[in-house]
Design a protein around this ligand. Sequence first.
Ligand SMILES: [Zn+2]
Ligand SMILES: [Zn+2]
Length: 99
Amino acid sequence: MEKWPVAMATQEFLENCEVHKGKKFALFCEDHSQLCCHTCDLSHRQCSKVTPIANTTLSASDDQQLSAEINTILDQLMKLQAYWKSNLESLQVSYKKRL
Ligand SMILES: [Zn+2]
Ligand SMILES: [Zn+2]
């Protein structure tokens, strides 16, 4: 997690309301396509679709599963890259032979 490019400060910045300092986003207004905190919500009382945001914080096990999946994909990409590299080399060898 600490190796991820998004630092904790950035995450906090993304989660917090810029109008009401220290308040976290808790709702989403579809009418305005806007994230709202509970204080913002007061000005969206007339809006038809204000839905609470689900708790999307990844649990430790989800996080481990995700990084395992990323590692698997990375592994496959490396193999694919090696495959194309050897393919290209054999092509160059036969090309030289023909010359
Ligand atoms: Zn707010
Ligand atoms: Zn609204």
